[in-house]
Unconditional design. Structure first.
Length: 249
């Protein structure tokens, strides 16, 4: 059950390689970051909400709208490192990480993460089934394969699983009939794992794939993967921002 022991922390970095300063990108006159902030506050008001930011511009956006911002180092290599620093101020036992570019996160997703992380596995995340082959081929949509007990085997930008027999001829029907899971940018952690993560050097596969969760797997920690039918929209590119605006109706 949610409690003051569980907090939501949104890591926010001003610069972005694929979409420069995307958190400040205006959508219907409002920065993307504020769409995310207002969505979380509306969907899951039972959780304390904090923004771990690396620049005064981001701090001013969230603080100006009444949200709590914590300044963190610009040197962090991942959002998880940033959250680890912020939680030294917050002091939560369990931390839910919502990416600052996930404007359609749902309360059901956040409550499911809160449920998963109170168990023995020190990190949890969510995935949703792929529905379209074009999304499965997209390297910006991360894939995850899981064990029978729901713990992650690997995350990749490549197609996983790969059908040796069908190769490039797979279609939407094959995607629907097989365990092809899209990873969502939502995590939860035990506080002690955050500190262990921050003390570890970036992993080899983390650096190749640019996926911070691989640092956890590479160092022998488990990640529990829950499933959701709420796919969300991650804004990684200007085209994704257009899709989000269209989804607003």
């Amino acid at each position: 059950m949610p409690s003051s022991r569980t907090a939501i922390v949104v890591p926010c970095r001003l610069e972005s390689t694929r979409f420069p300063r995307k958190l400040l990108h205006p959508i219907r006159g409002k920065p993307l970051l504020l769409w995310v902030a207002e969505r979380i506050a509306r969907e899951a008001p039972e959780f304390p909400l904090h923004f771990a930011v690396d620049h005064a511009l981001l701090r001013d956006v969230v603080a100006g709208a009444g949200f709590h911002a914590i300044m963190t180092s610009e040197a962090h290599q991942s959002g998880t490192d940033r959250i680890a620093e912020a939680n030294r101020t917050i002091g939560a036992d369990f931390v839910i990480n919502v990416q600052a570019d996930e404007p359609l996160v749902t309360g059901a997703q956040l409550r499911e993460l809160a449920r998963l992380i109170t168990g023995p596995v020190p990190m949890a995340t969510l995935a949703t089934p792929f529905r379209r082959i074009v999304d499965f081929y997209n390297p910006n949509q991360v894939k995850v394969v899981v064990r029978r007990d729901g713990r992650a085997l690997y995350f990749s930008r490549s197609r996983l699983p790969f059908s040796r027999d069908l190769g490039l001829t797979i279609d939407d029907a094959w995607i629907a009939a097989n365990p092809c899971l899209k990873h969502l940018g939502l995590y939860a952690y035990h506080a002690d794992l955050l500190e262990k993560f921050a003390a570890l050097p970036p992993g080899r596969y983390e650096q190749i794939e640019k996926l911070e969760q691989l640092r956890v797997l590479e160092n022998g920690f488990d990640i529990l993967v829950g499933t959701t039918d709420d796919p969300g929209i991650g804004v990684d590119t200007p085209a994704d921002a257009v899709k989000f605006e269209q989804a607003l109706g």
